[in-house]
Write a protein of this length. Structure first.
Length: 191
């Protein structure tokens, strides 16, 4: 079993990445190989809706980091998406990746159907619910199995700088619960 955690933040070692590492470390302890995929420093061009992916069975946009990440998304059993809130939305980097990945998979072979996952969202003050729902809808449209937790996987951080997340102990515990639930479900589905 394998899981990946994609962090949509354009900054490394921030609050979203911290929470993602909490989740991935629990999956690792539970025997699930896990990999952090930060989008910081990577280029993901946006989908242009050309529909050539249906004919060519791949995204034809080249010259960026999409294909390597998309391959990992196809080959894994579990996907966690993490994003800070940017004006009540997931980051443009993450949305570009998700739009292209969903378009290619839906036009070709539904690669994400039956995979297990869920979102993690961090905001300074507001926008959690919309961003959380935005990422949930991506899981739903891709016919994935979404893991719940003891609360929504959202956190309050950002006004105090990096690692401000450590103050939101409820969010950390919620993400821990989510990761244990994800591990338990993955073991049941894939064992």
């Amino acid at each position: 079993m394998r899981a990946i955690g994609i962090v949509g933040s354009p900054r490394r070692n921030g609050n979203t990445e911290y929470l993602m590492n909490v989740a991935l470390s629990i999956l690792e302890r539970e025997g699930i190989d896990s990999e952090l995929i930060p989008l910081a420093g990577k280029e993901i061009k946006p989908c242009d809706g050309c529909l050539r992916c249906k004919k060519e069975i791949r995204c034809v946009i080249e010259g960026d980091d999409f294909e390597v990440i998309y391959r990992k998304m196809r080959e894994t059993d579990g996907i966690i998406l993490g994003s800070p809130v940017y004006f009540s939305s997931a980051t443009p980097q993450l949305i570009s990746l998700l739009d292209r990945a969903a378009y290619v998979s839906r036009q070709t072979r539904e690669f994400f159907s039956g995979k297990i996952g869920g979102p993690i969202v961090v905001a300074r003050r507001a926008g959690h619910n919309f961003t959380f729902a935005q990422l949930l809808l991506w899981f739903f449209i891709n016919d994935m199995i979404i893991v719940g937790s003891s609360y929504w996987n959202v956190a309050l951080a950002g006004s105090g700088g990096l690692r401000d997340i450590e103050k939101d102990t409820e969010a950390i515990e919620t993400v821990r619960h989510f990761a244990y639930s994800m591990a338990r479900l993955m073991k049941k589905v894939y064992s």
